[in-house]
Design a protein around this ligand. Structure first.
Ligand SMILES: [Cu+2]
Length: 591
């Protein structure tokens, strides 16, 4: 029996808020968004919280654009005053009762981080999933201070889908997004309209899921002050309270029809595995997934039997059919994913018992749907959705440049471990020195590290229009959602590996490891590709003991971009690297 704690807040008492819509065409494609401090109530029984938000709200307004119609946004930085988040590292991972400190509110003996409090509002905005020229992509070091102008142009020559915009400041994205700097951005296109999908309220509802924690006063009462708390064992903040569109455990009244939910995991670090329960039983057949990160799938799919897994920044376009349910029926959305997430299974049938302090999951509740009176209407889901993409053929990938990236966890003295990446290059047999080998049957390939830190020289120069195969090798114990800026990609394979890293094999720059393409006897993951991962993705989960291969083809824009883990505490702590896309005609002149 897992240990549990009782919640200090009532669940399902606040109505689900829907962020204000900011429809670009109603403003001739020219928008102004003020980035400013504000006050926000995360729950009926909580005092107001200070936040930083786009237009001063959490989440920011949902920007709606049309494919092919450019949008210009003046991001007006009006932040002033200190960061509205208390940042702390608790001295122990568990409290006096043995409860993990990340499962409870308050400082847990930690001291507020004064350097974090002094963060005074430099920002940069990234449109995640945007096919955006490099100058407007939100490079993590190109910051604008309060009062400095930032007018970004978004061409919107891309498929209809749900994107999101958020802060991307080097080193402190985890605090700025947690403070509230995130909003949704929907691109609409003709194909979606041909299919007659719900558009706008009331039957299309965005759901931005994100966990939050708060401080307490001397009496132990929640103050509403946002708190980013970590501990000596876990460097990611896994907060106990799940918000949807800025409310903790909200409820949505639904009519007996099909709804379209545009779901995104906007948590810093927490992966969600969403299970819908009715009368205590899984009711996943009610859900049809029609889209993923970059829009429509080729065909509708069921969600996986354990539930829909969304790591930070992953999106899902869902149709949920409430048509034959009686008024008063209640359906509850729960999260069964342990934190840190490592891909481990959890049966949907046990979702009611998912609360587990040791899994840093004190409250699995996400939200509730309550069916109300209304005229019943049924929706037929077309069997064919997207027709504009296919998996890349072997011919298209023949001769494609291959790149290899290792994900590693580096132990440091006196501070939490550092999650980082290593870019690798194949070396000839006579090379000596620290190297990583990958053995596939009889064949062994040898790699040396060519880049280890964000500021190391750029080594990836993809050519526009040309397919590349990127191989991401996970040598850590956690699942990492790897995100590429600019164009979407497709997953080619997910393969089990076993590996050994010798003592001192992970140095500041060099890496020594031997990887074999076969299953580790202790490995319980199935390393399957979910059907919903076969669409156009911009963020892909790489589980422990696994190599993921993706095919990516950058198009349209040349310049300096980034790829990184989307666990914000990892991205801020060096799990991020640049790449530079190049027009083919310039390549002969690159030395
Ligand atoms: Cu990571």
């Amino acid at each position: 029996m897992s240990r549990t704690v009782s919640p200090p807040l009532a669940a399902f008492v606040d109505a689900l808020p829907v962020p204000r819509r900011l429809i670009a065409r109603e403003h001739s494609g020219r928008l102004t968004v003020r980035i400013r401090g504000g006050a926000h109530r995360f729950h009926r029984d909580l005092p107001e919280s200070r936040i930083w938000g786009y237009d001063g709200t959490v989440p920011g307004p949902t920007i709606e654009a049309e494919r092919g119609r450019p949008v210009t946004v003046e991001w007006r930085n009006e932040l002033d005053g200190e960061l509205p988040v208390v940042v702390t590292i608790a001295p122990e991972a568990t409290d006096a009762d043995g409860v993990p400190v990340q499962c409870v509110p308050g400082l847990s003996g930690g001291t507020p981080d004064e350097r974090a409090r002094a963060i005074a509002g430099h920002t940069v905005v990234h449109l995640h999933g945007g096919l955006t020229p490099a100058s407007y992509d939100g490079w993590a070091e190109n910051l604008f201070a309060p009062g400095q102008p930032a007018v970004f142009h978004y061409p919107m020559n891309q498929r209809g889908t749900l994107l999101w915009y958020h802060d991307h400041v080097m080193g402190v994205t985890k605090f700025d997004v947690y403070a509230g700097l995130a909003g949704l951005w929907i691109v609409r296109d003709e194909r979606e309209r041909e299919l007659g999908l719900p558009e706008g309220p009331p039957f299309e509802v965005p759901l931005l899921v994100a966990d939050r924690n708060f401080d307490v006063d001397d009496q132990g009462r929640l103050t509403g002050r946002l708190m980013h708390k970590t501990d000596p064992d876990v460097m990611e903040a896994f907060a106990p309270f799940t918000t949807v569109n800025g409310k903790i455990w909200p409820v949505l009244d639904v009519q007996p029809v099909a709804y379209r939910f545009r779901v995104i995991n906007g948590s810093n670090a927490r992966t969600s595995r969403l299970v819908l329960l009715r009368n205590g039983e899984p009711d996943l057949d009610r859900i049809t997934q029609i889209g993923t990160d970059h829009g429509l799938l080729r065909a509708p799919t069921r969600v996986p039997p354990d539930g829909l897994v969304l790591a930070s920044a992953e999106r899902a376009d869902l149709l949920v059919d409430f048509a034959e349910l009686d008024p008063g029926s209640e359906l509850t959305l729960l999260n069964t994913a342990a934190a840190p997430f490592d891909g481990s299974a959890f049966q949907a049938a046990h979702a009611n018992d998912a609360a587990d302090l040791d899994a840093l999951l004190p409250y699995p509740q996400v939200m509730r749907f309550r069916v109300v009176q209304g005229s019943v209407s049924r929706r037929r889901i077309p069997p064919e959705l997207a027709t504009d993409y296919r998996p890349p053929t072997p011919q298209a990938l023949a001769g494609a440049p291959r790149r290899a990236i290792a994900l590693i966890e580096r132990e440091l003295d006196g501070e939490p471990n550092m999650l980082t990446m290593r870019e690798l290059a194949i070396i000839p047999d006579e090379h000596t020195g620290p190297l990583l080998t990958i053995t596939d049957g009889e064949q062994t390939t040898r790699y040396r590290t060519i880049a280890s830190h964000f500021e190391d020289a750029t080594t990836f120069f993809p050519i526009l229009g040309q397919y590349e195969v990127w191989q991401i090798i996970n040598l850590t114990g956690d699942t990492h959602p790897i995100h590429l800026h600019l164009d979407p990609f497709q997953i080619l394979s997910r393969r089990a590996i076993r590996y050994e890293i010798p003592e001192a094999g992970i140095q500041d720059f060099d890496l020594t490891a031997s990887v074999t393409l076969e299953r580790d006897p202790d490995d319980e993951l199935d390393h399957a590709i979910d059907d919903n991962e076969r669409g156009l993705k911009d963020t892909i989960r790489v589980n422990p003991n696994e190599i993921v291969e993706i095919a990516v083809r950058f198009t349209t824009y040349a310049g300096r971009y980034m790829y990184h883990c989307h666990i914000l505490e990892h991205e801020d702590r060096d799990m991020m690297r640049p790449f530079v896309t190049m027009p083919a005609d310039l390549m002969p002149f690159m030395s």
